[in-house]
Ligand binder design. Structure first.
Ligand code: SF4
Length: 375
């Protein structure tokens, strides 16, 4: 089972309720960005590129609760920035747990060990640790030597204290599928509950724009990684979304499935694009021209996108849309092997590691020096 039964039940009953009410566009996960400040400056991200006055701002706990109540999604993902740098993160988590929201607090885990005492273990709280692969690859990806070891130390401590812990991994062009598979083994040995994957996305502000994956390369990479799967690997996400990444099925984007709220308001249309902001969730839903987005829309900004924030909700929605969808979902959950001779050959193809043409650069992040202040 990719997620605990109580969480799967909550999500299933929520989606079925939306279906019974005839609601076609409904949110599944609120992406709550309470700050953009971070203690890393990853080349494939770019939130840290905002000017200092923006990086100093934070959403208050009350603003976070208002967004969660307005949106109504059963799950809340808290990316950033680095949420553990938020001056009131424990209050935000406490308030969301009280609302029975399943929270994924997405952290690079550099501060996890020292901040764990702020939180109580709960079935509603999961630390989703950002790890982009094995040690060398992760440190390169986040531009920080020693980042992997610190994150693993944080994971060990969190598991020891009874917290739910998952990993989230973003893969870019040049990723070595054999190394990614070895990374899965390492994470399972470490004892994390499950893993989440997504291809890197073309985020405008990211300093490294060269290594985002195109659609065909995404399918090839994920087929190599996810076919001939080991039974020990556990994934904490929609199995149909993984089939989509492997090119085994196609979905249309549902950008309203994971709406984003940040210090600027409700972001149109999704986590990746910034085509304006709405003041309320209703305004976001009513005033966004949804037909202008998704790979089939012809919008060049969406042409290569296959990321979780657009397509994971599509997989979940499909599972509950028909008996066929339900059976497909059950099959993908129960029979995870995905035997594929051709994919074994893909594993043996030579790859050009990103490291060979782009050496590790230690970025001296100014954010380390920023004070923790409220908006
Ligand atoms: S395809 Fe969907 S998720 Fe991807 S950039 Fe476009 S609207 Fe956003």
């Amino acid at each position: 089972m990719p997620v605990p039964i109580s969480q799967a039940w909550t999500v299933a009953t929520y989606v079925l309720k939306q279906k019974m009410q005839g609601r076609k566009q409904y949110p599944l996960v609120l992406m709550l960005e309470p700050l953009y400040r971070c203690n890393l400056a990853c080349a494939g991200c770019g939130k840290i590129q905002y000017p200092a006055h923006v990086l100093k701002r934070e959403l208050s706990p009350e603003e976070c609760f208002k967004a969660a109540d307005e949106c109504g999604a059963p799950m809340v993902s808290i990316p950033g920035g680095e949420p553990l740098m938020h001056s009131q993160i424990e209050k935000i988590v406490e308030g969301l747990v009280a609302r029975k929201k399943y929270i994924y607090l997405c952290t690079n885990a550099l501060l996890l060990k020292e901040k764990l005492h702020l939180f109580k273990p709960s079935k509603y709280l999961t630390f989703s640790v950002h790890l982009d692969g094995q040690k060398e690859h992760h440190d390169f990806s986040v531009c920080r030597e020693g980042g992997y070891e610190l994150a693993v130390e944080g994971i060990r401590e969190a598991l020891k204290r009874g917290f739910r812990v998952t990993t989230n991994t973003t893969l870019f062009d040049g990723a070595d599928p054999k190394s990614v598979r070895a990374f899965f083994d390492e994470m399972m040995e470490l004892g994390v509950e499950g893993m989440m994957l997504s291809p890197g996305y073309s985020y405008d502000k990211a300093p490294d724009q060269k290594h985002f994956l195109g659609r065909a390369r995404t399918r090839r990479l994920f087929r190599a990684i996810l076919a001939n799967r080991k039974p020990s690997w556990r994934f904490n996400q929609s199995m149909l979304f993984l089939e989509f990444l492997m090119g085994k099925r196609d979905f249309k984007c549902t950008p309203w499935g994971m709406p984003t709220y940040s210090i600027f308001g409700w972001q149109k249309p999704c986590y990746l694009l910034q085509d304006g902001y709405a003041e309320t969730f209703s305004e976001l839903m009513e005033t966004t021209e949804w037909a202008n987005y998704g790979t089939e829309s012809g919008n060049p900004k969406c042409a290569n996108c296959r990321v979780h924030s657009g397509y994971e909700a599509s997989g979940v929605d499909y599972s509950f849309s028909s008996l066929k969808g339900l059976l497909a979902s059950a099959k993908a959950t129960l029979f995870t092997r995905n035997a594929d001779e051709g994919a074994i050959e893909l594993l043996n193809e030579p790859i050009t590691p990103v490291h060979s043409y782009n050496p590790l650069v230690q970025i001296d992040s100014k954010s380390d020096k920023l004070e923790e202040t409220r908006a």
